[in-house]
Ligand binder design. Structure first.
Ligand code: G3I
Length: 373
């Protein structure tokens, strides 16, 4: 029988354990949530409901490490609203109940995205603006109503800004744009504020972290989008920098700090919402790879915090559960297909055996304001 990619991953992770620095405090030392809290920063993780329910060791680590949970998939349109007259809150409710038991906050991801919708939604949007608006309103009504007690911060929109390599437009082509026109984000944020006046409204995107021409232009576009919203009086409270770090891309602390300060100057909060490390290859020595990932994470998180960032969430906690180690890899929209390469990826602070990796220590030191290593 052919070993699945998951077997290969776990086997490789186990084989590499001796290469990862261990510490006697690893098993029960204080978690990142406590270390970050001393800096006034909320540390959180993306969570999968089934992992919290079925994997007790993972659940214990999630409770110890995170002050905040965000559903990795359970808050997306296709999970919550699989058919027009069917809503399914099971996954979100599981995550919210876990969070309540462990004194954790929950943030929502995501009300609007061009991906992760079932066919019925895309077909309804294609029927025109009036139908699109009524679908949007019904979803916001039901979802924001159901989650009001548990979720006080939602990604109202995710990844709406166009990628510089295939569009000169500000907004990405999407079923929402085609249905409702270029004001669709204004409409969505206004509607969210109307439904729940005290909810934190966040715009979330990728491609703002590195020192590349792509990231330079993406930062310019994201800033133009949120500045335009502020100028038009559209309610928005925060910008989420996803933080899917491409390990060998160049990083400029100056550019990231400037961006964070510019967003802060508009009166908006800045959160890192989906931190992990995507590597160009996953076959070489894990210890050397971990060391490079940790240095990049330390530089990025230190920079964002020094410039006024207020929360850091990883896109998962352990390499046991990550989009970068999923088999098969996730469905991604075509323009965002530069996902992780096959092989034993090591994107997160804990390894597949829940041991703390150099990335965990890099985060701890960034929260403590200490240099790396
Ligand atoms: O395939 C089923 C689909 O038929 C069903 O309708 C759906 C409803 O629950 O589940 C689907 O399963 C998988 C889904 O995750 C489970 O939530 C999909 O096959 C799989 O493609 C999907 O991948 C997720 C991907 O977003 C697309 O939604 C990854 O786990 C998740 O880590 C990834 O997260 C994104 C962020 O939302 C936005 N930023 C980038 C980040 C990484 O790609």
């Amino acid at each position: 029988m052919r070993a699945s990619r998951r077997d290969v991953l776990l086997g490789a992770a186990a084989a590499s354990v001796s290469a990862v620095p261990a510490s006697a405090a690893d098993a029960d030392g204080e978690g990142l949530r406590a270390i970050a809290a001393r800096r006034g920063v909320a540390f959180g993780i993306a969570a999968r409901a089934d992992a919290l329910e079925k994997d007790a060791a993972f659940a214990a680590a999630a409770a110890r490490e995170a002050a905040m949970l965000v559903p990795e998939g359970a808050g997306k349109w296709w999970a919550l609203h699989p058919a027009e007259d069917v809503y399914d809150f099971a996954g979100l409710d599981t995550i919210a109940a876990f969070a309540a038991r462990h004194g954790q906050a929950v943030r929502g991801h995501t009300l609007l995205w061009h991906a992760a919708m079932e066919d019925w939604t895309v077909a309804a949007l294609a029927e025109g603006a009036a139908r699109g608006r009524s679908v949007l309103e019904a979803h916001f009504d039901r979802v924001l109503g159901h989650t009001a007690a548990a979720i006080r911060d939602w990604d109202v929109a995710n990844e709406a800004v166009a990628d510089p390599w295939n569009s000169a437009e500000l907004l990405k082509d999407s079923p929402w744009l085609r249905s409702l026109g270029p004001d669709y984000l204004d409409l969505a944020f206004r509607l969210a504020r109307q439904k729940d006046p005290a909810l934190k409204l966040t715009y979330n995107d990728y491609g703002c972290e590195h020192d590349t021409d792509f990231d330079d232009e993406k930062r310019r576009r994201v800033l133009a989008l949120v500045r335009g919203m502020r100028d038009r009086g559209v309610p928005i409270d925060a910008v989420g920098l996803q933080g899917h770090m491409h390990r060998d891309n160049k990083f400029s602390a100056r550019k990231v700090a400037e961006f964070v300060r510019s967003v802060r100057a508009l009166g908006l909060e800045v959160l890192v919402t989906e931190l992990d490390v995507i590597e160009p290859e996953t076959q070489s020595d894990p210890a050397a790879r971990d060391a490079r990932s940790a240095a990049l994470v330390h530089a990025f998180i230190s920079t964002v915090l020094e410039a006024g960032g207020s929360a850091v969430l990883c896109w998962g906690l352990s390499d046991r559960y990550s989009w970068a180690t999923d088999d098969p890899p996730p469905l991604l929209p075509a323009e965002n297909a530069s996902g992780p390469p096959p092989g034993p990826a090591r994107p997160l602070p804990l390894d597949a055996e829940l041991r703390r990796k150099p990335m965990w220590h890099a985060l701890a030191r960034a929260f403590e304001g200490r240099p790396w290593p």
